[in-house]
Design a protein around this ligand. Structure first.
Ligand SMILES: [Zn+2]
Length: 83
C-alpha cells in the first residue's frame, strides 16, 4: 500500500504523489498499471490513453509501474502521438 491520498475533486493536479508516473509520462513511456493505481492516475492529464493496440485484448501481463506489484490483467497506457 502506498498511502497516496486522492487528489481533492475539483482541484486537478498534474502530479501524483511520488511523481514517478509523471517522470515516465514526461518520457512518453508506455505505462502498465494495476487496477488500484489506475484509479489514482488520470491518463488524460498526461496525454495518455489506454492503448488502442490492445482493444479487444486490452490486458497485459507485467509489473505495475506505480507500485511494482506483479500480476496479470493490467491495462497498458501509451502517450497519444501529436501530429
Ligand atoms: Zn499498482
Amino acid at each position: 500500500m502506498l498511502g497516496v491520498a486522492e487528489a481533492p475533486s475539483g482541484a486537478p493536479t498534474k502530479r501524483l504523489a511520488g511523481g514517478w508516473l509523471s517522470d515516465l509520462a514526461e518520457l512518453g513511456k508506455a505505462i502498465v498499471l494495476c487496477s488500484d493505481c489506475e484509479r489514482k492516475w488520470d491518463p488524460k492529464n498526461y496525454g495518455y490513453v489506454m492503448s488502442p493496440l490492445w482493444k479487444g485484448q486490452d490486458f497485459v501481463t507485467g509489473d505495475c509501474d506505480a507500485c511494482g506489484e506483479k500480476g496479470i490483467n493490467r491495462h497498458l497506457f501509451t502517450k497519444v502521438q501529436q501530429e
